[in-house]
Write a protein that binds this ligand. Structure first.
Ligand SMILES: C[S@@+](CC[C@H](N)C(=O)[O-])C[C@H]1O[C@@H](n2cnc3c(N)ncnc32)[C@H](O)[C@@H]1O
Length: 362
């Protein structure tokens, strides 16, 4: 007996609504490159400074070719990033957009988010190959836009929250840092968090570490530029960092947006337990996420699942163990990692739209 499938009824309105949504997303995909272009060429900064402008004015002031400035402005106007006045034929970057596109200290600063996204997307073919073979693709294998974009994306949030609200949310930590404490910032990348902490707590000693040697060189440069002297950096994995000669007795160990990138987060947790003082604190800053997939099906979760697929999970898979926690691991899985490492206390102490801050104690 043969069974004939019923022909599927296509709802044309639903189909066209999906197609037009996808058209908008193709525009958004290209806009990632346009934002990075505008950031690198100084278009946003120029428009913020000079107000309503023609393409010729923007091109002249930024010393770029007018056809590029013209098409870029039209794309930005179609996407709602700038406004266009047909009467004067001038383009304006609204004040709120100017803040988000040009002020690197504002928590709303966006170019870093686009820069890390575009840098990540650039390596898509490597991830396609890795998905077929099951291999990983390491953080260090990505292009510089990923590393610099990461720093520029996360730093504004650390600048806005770390000293004012995250450190005070940890039990007794601010007082220790004010008196003089020993602190490790593990997986520190370009050292944005390490330097903010070192500037705020001059009596304390900070050791930033990361397995990526180029990031550590940049972190050293950033510390020299900032003129901070109570910080040093070393190339080391989270499972092995020492920082100081005997490498134990840390009052605070911090991990900013990196635990889920590690191949062996449980091994890292065990090592943190070995080097931390018995009354010490492990501060874990992770991407904002709930425990269940359905908790994360929102715009922030969408961006983070995208990064998880293309950047963070391949990073974990490129290392020993390759646990692949995922960028949206959620607090329950992070708690499992800290418990397996020998930590008995676990508390979620602060949240922003992008991050959750966790306190783990021995
Ligand atoms: C998303 S970036 C965050 C960097 C920095 N903490 C920040 O917030 O700007 C993740 C960092 O984890 C580092 N990383 C990944 N696996 C690591 C490991 N096993 N040990 C040490 N660092 C690691 C990467 O090199 C990268 O710098």
């Amino acid at each position: 007996m043969s069974i004939t499938a019923e022909p599927t009824q296509i709802d044309t309105d639903k189909l066209m609504s999906f197609v037009f949504r996808a058209v908008d997303e193709v525009g958004a995909t290209l806009n990632a490159a346009l934002v990075v272009m505008g950031d690198k060429l100084g278009y946003y900064r120029d428009l913020a400074e000079h107000g309503p402008s023609t393409p010729a004015q923007l091109a002249e002031r930024t010393q770029t070719a007018e056809p590029y400035a013209r098409e870029w402005l039209n794309a930005q106007a179609a996407g709602g990033y700038v406004t266009y006045d047909p009467g004067t034929k001038r383009y304006t970057l609204p004040a709120e957009h100017a803040l988000a596109m040009t002020d690197p200290d504002s928590p709303a600063f966006l170019p870093g988010f686009f820069q890390i996204a575009l840098g990540t997307v650039h390596d898509t073919q490597h991830i396609v190959d890795a998905a077929r073979s099951g291999a990983g693709f390491g953080w260090h294998e990505h292009e510089t836009d990923v590393h610099v974009g990461c720093e520029r994306f996360f730093r504004p949030s650390y600048h806005a929250n770390l000293i004012e609200s995250w450190i005070p949310a940890l039990d007794g930590v601010r007082e220790k840092l004010e008196r003089g404490a020993l602190v490790a910032d593990v997986g520190c990348g370009h050292g944005a968090s390490t330097i903010l902490l070192a500037e705020a707590f001059p009596n304390s000693t900070f050791v930033g570490s990361d397995y990526h040697a180029e990031s550590i060189t940049t972190a050293q440069d950033r510390a020299a530029e900032a003129g901070v002297h109570n910080v040093r950096f070393e190339v080391a994995s989270a499972q092995e960092f020492r920082g100081i000669p005997d490498g134990t007795g840390y009052d605070l160990v911090a991990m900013f947006d990196c635990l889920h990138d590690m191949g062996d987060p449980v091994g890292a947790a065990r090592h943190v337990r070995e080097v931390i003082a018995d009354d010490g604190t492990w501060m874990i800053v992770e991407p904002m996420a709930g425990d269940r997939v359905e908790d994360n099906l929102n715009p922030v979760g969408r961006a983070y699942y995208g990064f998880s697929t293309l950047l963070c999970t391949p990073s974990s898979l490129s290392q020993d163990v390759g646990l692949a926690l995922g960028t949206q691991a959620g607090p329950a899985r992070i708690r499992d990692v800290t418990s397996a490492g020998g930590f008995t206390q676990f508390r979620s102490v602060a949240e922003t739209p992008f991050n959750r801050v966790i306190e783990a104690r021995p």
